[in-house]
Design a protein around this ligand. Structure first.
Ligand code: FES
Length: 482
């Protein structure tokens, strides 16, 4: 019986991995060491439409709408890569066909020998029933074959993280798009930092590299992930950053790529890092920015899945040197010195609990946005709730983005709240009421992971309230503006 990884099963069923994991936890879908059977999947999601690559289109659509402009401007796989993937699939198909022919002959012979016996009649009946029952399974398997050619699956050991290699991506590109902190340095074949051991499956080199792997490394299956793509599904042994301490401090110079107003007092500043010197960071971390003789540590509002693009949300604050410089003098193309990353407001990856984000005022949204986009790229969260608590409506300076998440993504809820004058004091009655409502909707707090970002008073008040309500300390991650 064909077994599927959770990631691929989720794509075939057109749901996120988090939704699939919930079905498994609720006993609605059997799993075997992290794998699910095709027939069980068909039974659990009978409504799944398998025609016309519906699930692929759906996943792409979700990402496209959620991430806006940047997604899937990627090309199809290279011709040679496609041909090699089809070749690998063809070999596998030939083996399966040969095996099936052997079993068919065996069953035909068995049928002949059992003719006239009750056992023979039972065998005939079971075989005929199986042919009709398996129609949906066959169609799902056909789709799975298409997905293996278009988007091979990668599992990284020992952490067990999973992602797909789509389009013309290298394995490293694909890992970064999926929000995975795979180790790398130059991303150009020079430093060897991205080398990983291919434990199962095969890769194809698609970019030249100057870094030389030793003969011993080659014999053990090592390859440079920034220079190869997946020919088949892969299992890799690779180092992946999961905690803030896993990433070294870096200093780079980036260029201003665009500056767009998000509201009257908030500017989107997007920087582009050099191709061979990107900033490695985890979603939710910050970077120190030096501009026009002033410096500050700002939360990075984008997630690592944006690759070379780093976004910051800059508040207009007359009298603040850095803000004044950005609003009055900064131009597209100008160089910006960056160092980082710093901070530990990062997504916990040790559980698949529902995620609840609380962004306070205009300060709290940027780091929360980064972590939410990372969670969306990982497709692992069972559900996501975002509460954005502003002093007034103007504090919700990115409402379209939040609404597009809520519209495009199953189990994503966005609740904008106005706290009024109480924003900077105690947790107001309105917020208490909203959080209490969330408790009614979502069940016990102990089942959720909370991410709270704001100034020190807002975060302290939220912490007190949430711990009083029974949230375990270990399930609360906070970010405090400087
Ligand atoms: S990241 Fe430097 S060789 Fe791949």
């Amino acid at each position: 019986m064909e077994l599927l990884t959770l990631s691929r099963a989720a794509r075939l069923a057109g749901v996120t991995r988090g939704v699939l994991q919930k079905r498994i936890r609720d006993g609605q879908l059997p799993s075997f060491e992290g794998l699910v059977r095709v027939d069980d999947l068909v039974r659990a999601f009978p409504e799944t439409q398998l025609e016309d690559n519906a699930e692929l289109a759906r996943v792409s659509q979700i990402k496209e709408r959620a991430f806006g402009r940047r997604v899937y401007e990627r090309a199809l796989p290279d011709k040679e890569v496609l041909a090699a993937r089809l070749g690998a699939l063809g070999l596998e198909l030939a083996e399966v066909k040969a095996g099936a022919a052997r079993y068919r002959a065996l069953l035909a012979e068995l049928g002949r020998r059992l003719a006239g016996h009750a056992l023979g009649a039972w065998l005939k009946q079971e075989l005929e029933a199986g042919m009709t029952q398996a129609e949906d399974e066959r169609r799902m398997l056909a789709q799975e074959g298409v997905m293996r050619v278009m988007a091979p699956h990668v599992k990284v050991m020992p952490g067990g993280q999973e992602f797909f290699v789509e389009g013309a991506d290298t394995v490293l590109d694909a890992a970064l798009h999926a929000g995975l902190g795979m180790a790398y340095g130059c991303s150009a074949g020079n430093c060897g930092e991205c080398r990983a051991r291919v434990v199962a499956g095969s890769v194809k080199q698609v970019r030249h590299h100057d870094y030389r792997l030793s003969d011993a490394e080659k014999a053990q299956g090592y390859a440079l992930m920034c220079c190869c793509t997946a020919l088949t599904d892969l299992v890799l042994e690779a180092s992946v950053a999961r905690f803030a301490d896993d990433i070294p401090l870096q200093s780079i110079t980036a260029q201003v790529r665009r500056m767009d107003p998000l509201s009257a007092d908030m500017m989107l500043l997007e920087l582009l890092t050099p191709r061979t010197n990107r900033l490695r960071f985890l979603a939710g971390q910050s970077a120190q920015v030096v501009l026009g003789g002033a410096q500050a540590t700002w939360p990075i509002a984008s997630c690592p899945c944006e690759e070379r693009r780093l976004q910051f949300h800059v508040r207009r604050m007359p009298g603040n040197m850095l803000s004044d410089y950005v609003y009055a003098r900064l131009r597209v193309g100008e160089s910006v010195a960056l160092s980082g990353p710093v901070g530990d407001f990062v997504l916990r990856e040790d559980g698949a609990r529902p995620l609840v984000f609380v962004a306070w005022g205009w300060q709290g949204f940027a780091p929360v946005k980064s972590v939410i986009e990372h969670a969306l790229a990982q497709e692992g969260a069972e559900s996501i709730d975002l509460y954005w608590i502003g002093a007034n409506a103007a504090d919700h300076y990115h409402p379209k983005l939040c609404r597009s998440w809520a519209e495009a993504i199953d189990n994503f809820r966005y609740t904008p709240l106005i706290a009024g004058a109480g924003l900077h004091g105690e947790v107001t009655q309105a917020v208490r009421a909203a959080l209490a409502g969330m408790l009614r909707d979502r069940g016990p707090l102990a089942e959720c992971d909370f991410y709270v970002a704001g100034d020190s008073a807002q975060v302290a008040a939220s912490r007190t309230f949430l711990l009083e309500q029974g949230l375990p300390q270990a399930q609360l991650v906070t970010w405090v503006s400087q």
